[in-house]
Design a protein. Sequence first.
Length: 329
Amino acid sequence: MTKYGSFPGARPRRLRTTPAMRRMVAEHRLHPADLILPAFVREGVSEPVPISAMPGVVQHTRDTLRKAAVEAVEAGVAGIMLFGVPEDAKKDAAGTAGTDPDGILQVAIRDVRAEVGDDLVIMSDLCLDEYTDHGHCGVLDADGRVDNDATLERYAEMAQVQADAGVHVVGPSGMMDGQVGVVRDALDQTGHEDVSILAYTAKYSSAFYGPFREAVGSSLQGDRKTYQQDPANLRESLRELALDLEEGADMVMVKPALPYLDVLAKIADAVEVPVAAYQISGEYAMVEAAAEKGWIDRDKAIMETLTGIKRAGANMILTYWATEAARGL
């Protein structure tokens, strides 16, 4: 044994020596086409309304939403997920503004489709929470609980009006049992066989939704723990996954992203359909707040979080940084 024998022969650091080397051996790469931009459009406003808990994100006017869609296309972003924010006076117990063909979300879908056509995958949130005066994702029964099957009937109506407006993908997000199957049937029976379903398969009852409720002007009373998943549970997600696939989901999603990377990885390993993850408002707000304090490098943190989500198995990432990140890529 020579005096050099104690040194390692295997040196992983050799593959980290230069930026070019690190780029060449990178196992996962972000691409603009991985990204989907969630966007809010508010009824009855003439200027964008900033969301205080989400610096840089706004409730759009119809005009600024069209502009944001064009910018997303130019940056190479794959899709846009639209959320409607109706006037408070139009909210009611059944969320009827959500199924009004002239409701804000349906109008926004038509606006974006007219502006960018098929150059951007136009997705729509299929849920009642923005439109109900109680803020829940469905209609309530006499005891104040969300009535699963009565809500499914409303979702079927929502699917039809959103598809009629020109959406490419609907995202049933209310976590009602059987929602994917009912939406699939509603689309097929109304001549919308080509409209895809992005199933919110594993949507957890999370503390990280806080800023989102400001973004959509939520009127929520109470919580959503009887229908969104318990953060303690993983196997339950796999059961939800099996049901969604059986009912006809074209794509599946985990929400939130970062606190549930283990769930994302399990689901990605289990399926052959595309898998999405939603980097939600609270995740966005934490990075922006820490960066504002000077505690972290904002741009590096954004790319690191997105890379982590991609590494865990996401084919698509919904993120409020979509257009910015795509430009950086």
